[in-house]
Design a protein around this ligand. Sequence first.
Ligand SMILES: Cc1ncc(COP(=O)(O)O)c(C=O)c1O
Length: 425
Amino acid sequence: MTPRFGALAGGASSPVRAGAAVGGDPFVQTYGRGAYAYDDDGRAHVDYVMAYGPLLFGHAHPSQVAGLDSLAARGSVFGATHAEEVRLADRMAQHLPAMELLRFTSTGTEAMMSALRVARAYTGRPRIVRFAGNYHGHFDAALASAGASAAASGAVAGGISPGARGDALVARYNDLHDLDAILDDREDEIAAIAVEPVAANMGLVLPDSGFLDGLFARARRIGALVVFDEVITWLRLGLGGAQGALGYVPDLTALGKIMGGGFPLAAFGGRADVMAALAPEGSAFAGGTFSGNPFCIALGHRTLDAIESDPHVYARLDRNARLLAGGLREIFAALALDISVVQCASMVDFKFRLGPPVRNFDEAAQADRLAFASYYHAMRERGVLLAPSPNELMFLSTEHGEREIALTLEAAGASFRMLRDDGLI
Ligand SMILES: Cc1ncc(COP(=O)(O)O)c(C=O)c1O
């Protein structure tokens, strides 16, 4: 790591930001405004990282950041329950009927870790099943074969005890046969099956038709709970999240990212009888100094206000994402490249791999990492910032309009022609 990162371990507070997967100098950001990230020379880049998902309204949107000093002046953290916290929980439960009761945390990691603990306490069973290439945060049982940041940083087994590793069994996404093999002989040990209902941490991978139905059927048969990780998808796919869009009622759900309007706010919750396993009523502990703090809760209200008051927001986001996906498809067609572009709501992705869209982490791993690294740098030189890892995808915000998309497509066309000239594709 270069000396300019001083005492900052690894030069980043979250490993993916160090850019090991693409090499070269990591992007150092000075500020963000709308759809743009500004580097340390003040140069603007159309930003598709969007902080890895939270910034549905782009950087520093006035609906989120106006008057924050007066908000803070009322006290930023209380250590006591407050009325706005209760009101936000009620507002959320109206949009997500499966969340009869919920509790706030600060991060998605805490939300998933706590949901799985509650599942264990409720069922009295020790293990969870999850899927390779999904990412649920950086707690011990979540990291083996995880996607996103974890996969971008190479080895992730350090410091995790064999016991914690054994708590989680990992199946292949979109593969019910593999799930059956994992469940075999262990059915009465499984507390929960945890899943990203639309997977956004190995690129963008949509659930095959029948996959989630089959998952629910198996969970019901063996008496395990279904935990939806909607840390990315809630408010990205709409006010009802993936569960609303796809028509599922999970037993527990974890939320995060967009709900805090760019500030750390997350939550988990679900069936009232299951959440009764949570202390103080039950035996499963989950709490935090900053959990439900009035500052972030107010941002949660602002986020819902902004979405609820703009009935066309998702249609606009979807339209622009389709524009971007369509433009990329044209570029690939012109180069006679059989690369699949995947789009869901305001998420767009493709992999450096020929053929149909990726269905699981094994297929995602077949993508050409060298070509991606060259593409990342070529795009950055042309003023477009992508996440520095092939496991990520492009997040659009309400601030990514036709101008930004045209600029992106121009850069992508030029970058692909360069890659072709260099023999990389
Ligand atoms: C689906 C999913 N779950 C959980 C998490 C963990 O959230 P956090 O980084 O806020 O701890 C992430 C983070 O990227 C995520 O994408």
